[in-house]
Design a protein around this ligand. Structure first.
Ligand SMILES: C[S@@+](CC[C@H](N)C(=O)[O-])C[C@H]1O[C@@H](n2cnc3c(N)ncnc32)[C@H](O)[C@@H]1O
Length: 286
């Protein structure tokens, strides 16, 4: 694994973010540096040539990521637990003793352990936390009426949304990602959180064919607008009648394009949640 990185002034942040993140370059990680005047952008590449190409275009530098760095990235940090409604706690520790302490401290809530890793979805990003809150609310509705419900998570990253769905009582959970590293990490998280029965596989949404049509009660897709727009009709067909679609990871400037693409598949009147520059949408299929 190779990592390209560059430190730049914050004035250039949105341009660079759009260039990397908007192009579904999802192995990009942006970190604000102390003083908030500069930020570091890193892009993780399996192939050294890919890292080299970015270097040629944008400057910065390339280094090899050693096994010990991976271990360091996966080590627990001191990030405070993240509360999702009165139902879930997300922690980055995977120490059983620490997890037990969190269960004791937040009685009545379930705890999901997602250590920091080379995949997106540790719960602290607005796009993920909004999906989690919506999931908690929908699970409450389904569980109250004793209905079985199913969920498919598109672009699962660390597997956080799939794990949450299973923990919240979903009977059938499926998830996929096109990034093999994310799949390995998600598999590990599913196992560590003791949530067997989640079907997980590597697939690109552009080639994905749902095994059954009109089958999922909930579909979550926290992916960039360009990927969503191109695949909304397929996602719509996979959704059960009266199913719920949670879309996230949409930059504000792409909000209208997603609404227009959704309209073409007859998805209308979303509830829209805006947080900073990010937008999430909740659609119900009629
Ligand atoms: C923003 S992350 C979301 C991760 C997690 N679901 C969450 O909500 O935190 C987007 C994920 O989608 C995956 N992804 C992007 N484009 C994809 C595609 N065409 N097919 C499948 N997965 C894709 C990325 O690898 C990444 O893990």
């Amino acid at each position: 694994m190779f990592v390209w990185s560059k430190v730049s002034p914050v004035s250039k942040q949105s341009i660079l973010e759009d260039q990397f993140l908007g192009l579904a370059q999802t192995n990009a990680v942006i970190t604000e540096l102390s003083g908030k005047k500069r930020f570091r952008i890193e892009v993780y590449c399996d192939d050294k040539n890919d890292a080299q190409k970015i270097l040629n275009e944008f400057g910065g530098h390339v280094s090899e990521l050693k096994i010990k760095d991976w271990a360091k990235m996966n080590a627990s940090s001191d990030r405070p637990p993240i509360k999702i409604r009165d139902r879930l706690i997300i922690t980055d520790t995977d120490e059983p003793k620490e997890i037990k302490k969190i269960y004791d401290r937040f009685e009545g809530r379930d705890v999901i352990s997602i250590p920091a890793a080379l995949a997106f979805g540790t719960g602290d990003h607005e796009t993920t936390s909004t999906c989690l809150r919506l999931l908690v609310d929908l699970a409450k509705e389904y569980n109250k009426s004793n209905e079985d419900w199913s969920l498919c998570d598109i672009g699962t990253g660390t597997g956080i949304l799939a794990i949450a769905a299973k923990m919240l009582g979903s009977k059938m959970v499926e998830c996929f990602d096109f990034d093999s590293t994310a799949i390995s990490i998600a598999k590990r998280n599913i196992s560590k959180n003791q949530m067997p029965g989640i079907l997980i596989y590597e697939a690109d949404l552009f080639e994905w064919e749902p095994k059954k049509k009109k089958c999922w009660d909930i579909i979550t897709a926290n992916i960039f607008a360009n990927v969503l727009n191109a695949n909304l009709s397929k996602i719509f067909n996979a959704l059960a009648p009266e199913g719920n679609l949670i879309l996230s990871g949409i930059l504000r400037e792409h909000e209208n394009s997603v609404i227009e693409s959704a309209q073409k598949t007859s998805l209308i009147d979303p509830i829209i949640y805006r947080k900073g520059k990010w937008v999430s949408m909740h659609y119900r299929k009629e």
